[in-house]
Every structure is written in C-alpha cells, then in structure tokens.
Design a protein around this ligand. Sequence first.
Ligand code: GLN
Length: 479
Amino acid sequence: MEVSTLTIDAIRKGLHERTFSAVELAGEALRFAEAENPKTNAYIHLSPERALAAAQAVDAALARGEDPGPLAGVPVAVKDVIVTRGLRTTCASKLLANYIPPYDATAVQKLEAAGGVILGKANCDEFAMGSSNENSAFGPVRNPVAPDRVPGGSSGGSAAVVAQGTAVVSLGSDTGGSIRQPASFCGVVGITPTYGRVSRYGLVAFASSLDHIGPFARNVRDAATLLGAIAGRDPLDSTSANAPVPDYTAALDGNVSGMRIGLPKEYFRDLTSESGQRIQAVVDGLRRQGCDIREISLPSTDYAVACYYIICTAEASSNLARYDGVRYTTRSESSETLSDMYRNTRGEGFGAECKRRIMLGTYVLSAGYYDAYYLKAQRVRSLIARDFSRAFTEVDAIVAPVSPFPAFRLGEKTSDPLEMYLSDIYTITGSLAGIPCMSVPCGTTSEGLPVGAQILTNHFEEARMLRVAEAVEREMAAG
Ligand code: GLN
C-alpha cells in the first residue's frame, strides 16, 4: 500500500476487502512518517502507542461486523495546540514543552470515535501566532513542495504532513488564516468552518472570538468527511452552535449551474500576477460550469488587518496570562522572589512573537486606550461582517485569492513583522465575520509553487462552499 497517496475512500475499501488491516496501515504510516519527517519537521512528535491502540479497536470492530465509523483506520495528524489526553501538547512553546493534558479536545474525541488514528502532533507557530511556521520552539517547518520555502502558518505542520503524505488528513486551527494560508502554500485543501460549527473545547485559546478548528485533506471529499465527523453542538463549548450537521459529502453532487459567484474587487488589487492568473482560471472554469460571475465590493476590507491585530492581540494578552510558572508551565529555576519567578518564567519561555502580541494587547486594553483601539476595532469588525451579509444577498458564494503571493523563502519575512502580517490580508476578513471559508488548490506558478483559491459562503453554508470547491477541483483535474 502507498500510504502517501491514500484517500479516506481507498482506506474504507481496503479495510472492507481485507487488503490491509487498520493495524498494518497504522504501522506503515508510522514508519513512513518517521522516515520522512526529518525533511520537513512537520511533526513535533509521533504517538505510536495511541495510533496502534486506535487501529486495533477498528480491526476489532470490523471483525465483529460493526461499522467502525466514517474515519475508520484513517491516519490523522493533530495540530499541537489541540489537547490530547496523556499525549504531550506543547503549543510549539518552550513553556509547555512537558505539558501532558488530562483530557481530550472534543474534536479529538470525535475523530477517534469515528475511527480516526492519531499518528502524532503537528508542528505550528507558537500558540498559533504566525504566518510561516517559523515561530516554533521546535524549529521551523519546511514546505514539502519546495524545502527552501515556508509551509505557511500557523498550521504549517498540519498542511505539510498532508502534502508530504505522512498523514491522510489533519486538524489545524485558524484565527486569521492559519488553515487557509498554509493549505494554499502546500497545495492541499483546508477548511475554516463557521465560528461555532466545531467545538473549541480543548483548543488552546489564542483569540477566543476568532479561534476555529478545521480540517486539512488532499481532496475536497476527504475534507468534507472529516468536517462532518468533528462538527456539532458541544455542551462543553457554549459558543458551539446548535445547528444540525448535514451530510457534507452528499452535497458534492457536482452541480454549480446557476450559482451566483461574487468576485470582491478589493481582493484583486495587490496580487502577484501569477497568483492572479490562477484565480482567473478558476473563475473561467466556474463560468464554463454555468456559474453566474459578478463583481462585488467589500468596502471595509482595507481596515481588516489593523482591526484583526488589535482584537487578536487584546484577546491573546488575556488568554496567555495563565502561563505564569504556577500552572501548566515549565517554571524558571533562577528566581529569588515571586515576581522574579513570573518575570523569568515568561521572559525565558515565550518567543518573540508571543511577547510582541502580549505587549500590544495589553496596551490596547489599557485604561484610557480601550475606546480608541479595542472598542473601535470591534466596531470595524461589525462593518466587515455587514459587508459580507450584504454581499450574500446578491451572491451565493465568493471566490477570492487566499494570499497575495505563493510560499516565500524561510527567513524572508522574519525581520519585518508588518510584512508578515500582510500575508493574511485576504483571510482575516472571513475570520472576523465568522463565516465558513476554505482554500482549494488551483494549480502552481511557473516555479511550481502551489496557489490556492479561497471560497467563502454565508454562515453555516459549508455544504454549498464545498460544492463550489469540488467544481474547482474537477476543473483543475481536467486541466
Ligand atoms: N497569521 C495570523 C496571525 O499571526 C493568523 C494566525 C492564525 O490564524 N492562528 O495571527
């Protein structure tokens, strides 16, 4: 069996026809991941014991004639900001290098209940802050397509394992683009569901009003299957939505004829020409399949980056206050007094980007500045959400670029945080509005670097978004 190209459907078939057992598949996948990981550093650590135990349970269920679930035997990687019971969860931070959670995130519990096999924890930017996966205490991740380039961030490891074939699907998290941007840089599918569609219980908080868990996969169908398995109301997350979870794969009927697709003019100004050409090819393909293509305007787009970096840093400064050397964290050894202990633990433990955000966030929330920054940013956020609500009265879905440029070189943007922040200029808006959005591969540049097209729909319209994505996928396969 060729683990690097398997899909969920192929695994289901292989298990039912007894071509391989789940334990054989897990063993092969673990061997392959161990052999290939040094090329990308995409896994922080593997979890062979847990993987084999899960695979054994799948084989036992099959032997009893039971249905082991929609993800039976599927090798999965989980971003290391999502907690796993008994399995080290580091958030790619020195502070949590030895943290072993006492519980599973709901998404993890659901994916294992559906038969998924967790191979290990995927590398990422520290506490999910970054756009290149260079902010990890465990070293950067390399893009499997072009090893001198970044995989994108912050879920760079989750995108890289799927592109590299060292997992079939994975879980990432997205606060301002951390699923879509790495998916586009690595040439895989990545979904940011509606805010509240997937429980955040057990996702280590970065900016709680923006954090989402979502799937990565090599094709739209696998991503839809994984989304269906992890979505739904969770009493442990009061912001999780009570809306029923449809069968997302059933929506992939291939018919987009008559669908109204909006192209926001603000998103096509600063694109590199090659990325622009790829998106244009997507648009032409959708038109051929009967879509009605219209230009739309999302006028508040220009304020999105500023608005996001106020809200996310404010929330981060409050969420990260808990890493203080008293709870969870590795404590600094060299302190005489209590305040030294706090200062040294945090000073030695946090990387530069986390410190920058804690300081910015503390500043924007400070007395006297709250109205000028945080409150104003919240108002702008409402305007951005209103832009989308208006647009969705005219169109059924929006197609846009994911990133202004393809994967950049390691080290290229590390000296200029503002330049790095601009990587997310097209993804932040959807996150602020809380709507579902995804990246689907749409070919490569002349240098062979993947480009992703972004598809956005109104709240809880994941099924429609996936249908458009599949149409794009079909168009790309046809060349
Ligand atoms: N790159 C963005 C940031 O650094 C988004 C991160 C994310 O979505 N987790 O905040």
